[in-house]
Structure formats: structure tokens, C-alpha cells
Design a protein around this ligand. Structure first.
Ligand code: ADP
Ligand code: MG
Length: 213
């Protein structure tokens, strides 16, 4: 059976992401306290709790509607820099998903890339700025590359997680040029970026929930 990501599958992804954010909330707080204001874990946990509450009341008919509702919830509930960035990512994913009742592997990868483009449009981050971009961009490149070689979505997402983890680790040495951490200048080096850490969890949640046999 070809890989299919429908609304229920996306809801499962979001549920697992929320679970990971809760589990890693203290780590995210610790990372953000070193180079920011210690709220990244709490911000995302609040937002994802609201997303899950809405899903528990019922799922919309299409992936696009669920992604749009998720994006709007994150924009309004997460706050900080990451609320608009995560929110925009999901809103752009919604637009890319279109009216289809389900996405295939390519469709899901295209939606993720549209989300990344939204992060860039809103936050203007480039590679090496020590942001979520540094984990997300290589992950989506790896996802596309794996799909290009004919791998199924689950295997391609597993490759994407490895690339995200490498990107996340690479943020440790970087000097922040965007967001709150940039106020520290050179002193931001030596610390892992919180946003790069949370987007790695977003991809890890996809790899363990979507199209797993
Ligand atoms: P705030 O910095 O407002 O407290 P959060 O702590 O929730 O917001 O999120 C911080 C994370 O947001 C950073 O670790 C970084 O990954 C990400 N971030 C900040 N600014 C940008 C930007 N311009 N582009 C991409 N990501 C960014
Ligand atoms: Mg913060």
C-alpha cells in the first residue's frame, strides 16, 4: 500500500510531538535559560496542550484544515519568537496540503518544505544563525533525498531525524545571529539551540508515528 498521511495520522503525529515536548520540557527550559529566557519548553507545552484539546473535541475532514487550526492555535498560545515561527510553519503546511483528504509521501515532504519556507519568510534565518532552521533545513533536505532514491516515507523520515540531530548538535558551536540568543554575541557559543532541539522532536514524532507498519 502506498504511504498515506490522512488527518488521523497527522493527529497522531501531533499527539506524539506534544508527548515529547512534555517529556523534554525541562531540557528545553534548561537550554533556553542558558542563551534565552527559559520559556521555550513551557511555551511549546502550553501550545501543544491546546492543540491536543482541540483535537480531542473532533478532527476536521482534511489535513489542511487540521494543519491550519494547529498553526492558528500555536500562533495564539505559544508566544515568544517560536509561536509565530511554529504557527507560520503549520499554516504554510496547510496551504501546501490543499484540499486533498490525504497526503502521499511527496505531499507530506512538500508540506514540510513549505513550512520551512514559512519559518524563513517570518524569521529571516539563514544556515549557521543558530536557530531551528539549522536542524529543520538539513532534515528536509535529507527527507527529499531519501524519497528521491525511492525509500518509503518511514525510512525517509528516519534519515531526516538523523540529519536534524546532526544539525541540532552543530548549533552548539554556533554564535547566534537571530533571536534572543543573538544578544549574547560570542557568549552564545557552546550551548545547544532550544528551537533546533524542539524541531528535532517534531521530526522524531513524525518518524515514529507516520506510515509505521
Ligand atoms: P523567545 O526567544 O522569544 O523566548 P522561544 O524561547 O520560545 O522564544 O524560542 C526560541 C527559539 O526560537 C530559538 O532557540 C530559535 O531556535 C528560534 N528562533 C528565534 N528567532 C528565530 C528566527 N529569526 N528564525 C528562526 N528561528 C528563530
Ligand atoms: Mg525563550
Amino acid at each position: 500500500m502506498p504511504d498515506t498521511v490522512d488527518t488521523a495520522a497527522l493527529a497522531g503525529w501531533l499527539e506524539e510531538f506534544a508527548r515529547l515536548i512534555t517529556a523534554e520540557r525541562d531540557l528545553l527550559t534548561r537550554l533556553d535559560s542558558a542563551i534565552g529566557d527559559a520559556d521555550h519548553g513551557v511555551n511549546l507545552d502550553r501550545g501543544m496542550t491546546a492543540v491536543l484539546a482541540a483535537n480531542a473535541d473532533g478532527l476536521p475532514a482534511t489535513p489542511a484544515e487540521l494543519l491550519k487550526r494547529t498553526g492558528m492555535t500555536l500562533v495564539s498560545r505559544v508566544g515568544g519568537a517560536s509561536g509565530p515561527l511554529y504557527g507560520t510553519a503549520f499554516l504554510r503546511m496547510a496551504t501546501a496540503a490543499g484540499p486533498a483528504p490525504a497526503l502521499d509521501a511527496r505531499g507530506f515532504a512538500k508540506a514540510l518544505r513549505a513550512g520551512l519556507d514559512g519559518v524563513v519568510a517570518r524569521g529571516k534565518a539563514q544556515a549557521g544563525d543558530k536557530t531551528m532552521y539549522d536542524a529543520l533545513a538539513p532534515a528536509i533536505d535529507a527527507l527529499d533525498a531519501a524519497l528521491d532514491t525511492g525509500q518509503p516515507l518511514h525510512a525517509a523520515l528516519t534519515a531526516a531525524v538523523q540529519a536534524a540531530e546532526q544539525g541540532r548538535e552543530a548549533t552548539i558551536a554556533m554564535v547566534a545571529r537571530k533571536g534572543r540568543a543573538s544578544y549574547l554575541g560570542e557568549r552564545s557559543a557552546g550551548h545547544q539551540d532550544p528551537g533546533a532541539t524542539s524541531v528535532t522532536l517534531l521530526l522524531a514524532a513524525a518518524a515514529t508515528t507516520l506510515c509505521v507498519d
